[in-house]
Design a protein around this ligand. Sequence first.
Ligand code: PLP
Length: 385
Amino acid sequence: MGLTEGHQAKTVWENPAEIVRSLKPENPVMVFAPTVLQDRARAFLAGFPGLVTYAVKSNPDEAVIQNLVQAGIRGFDVASPFEIDLIGRLAPMAARHYHNPVRSRAEIAHAVGAGIKAWSVDSRTELDKLFEQVPPENCEISPRFKLPVLGAAYDFGSKFGATPELAADLLRAVHDRGYIASLTFHPGTQCTDPHAWEQYIRTAAEIAGMAGVQPRRLNVGGGFPSWRVHGVEPDLASIFELIGRTTAEAFGGNAPELVCEPGRGICADAFAIITRVKAVRDGQSVFLNDGVYGGMNELPVIGNLDRIEVLTPEGKLRGENAHGRVVFGPTCDSVDRLPGEISLPDNIQEGDYVVFHGAGAYSVVTNTRFNGFGELRQLTVMGFD
Ligand SMILES: *Cc1c(COP(=O)(O)O)cnc(C)c1O
């Protein structure tokens, strides 16, 4: 029974090639490897010198949340009433950090009702709203600060984050009102330069000095890189080590407890997207059945995923010789093009499959139905080899 039964009954596949071979899917498929996800979560839990929380927005799929709980994740970064309630339902014992620094009064009321005890803030006006609505007992507020962007593929600082001077004022105000005073930052997503964390942590110690307040915790954000580019697997262990060492150096004996909130770094490598070649137009540009309105929404902003395999409908790998091609998605909108050129095998053909590895972050959740496309199915695999 089980794996040897007919394809319809099958729920777990060996790898993407088996899905291609047996189903020849006409629509794009998001392929999920729970074992890879759990391994990533355990690498963070074992290596990061503090509490690991998962940034729900990067992939809020229920199977993802459930596997993370199974792997031992006990905290989540949530940004909306929907995410607060999702985690309340799927992981009722877990900590929820409401780290979207701008909230309506109705959203604050919802979060208070749901029992939220950790908040971030980056302005005086938003802090005053929290003071009005959030009881201080056993409740943590973390001013979020920013530095000019360093090392990340995509800067979050243009939207959120106080200057260090303002963060010091906010930290002092939080402390004086009787809340637990902590600090937080986010170095920007896909941050491949570990020294970004180093500079942020040293600045956090300066903010504490300016405020005359020792933060209880320091949340070093997300931004941990996933494996997007061929051949270079990011070295998380050395980032963890640098974060721990810099915190001890910068704060001395009074070091705050550390927290991190990775999204991409945990979920991205646990997924691949299987797309199909609709056309190779006059031997040149390649049209796929998924693109920037689908599971590859963030590629124009942070760059191509180049861990790609091209498979024949029989699941065989296409040849080694490759050259750069312009790649379009299926919609009639000229924005629907992957950035630059992508190296694809010379003998790629209509009906082949292009598998993009490392596609689990900001993909399932940003898929649209624009132009009637976006029928994105999710299937489970044992692994990717
Ligand atoms: C999006 C976000 C994260 C996760 O960022 P990644 O780059 O996916 O790790 C963490 N914290 C906050 C506050 C965020 O907004």
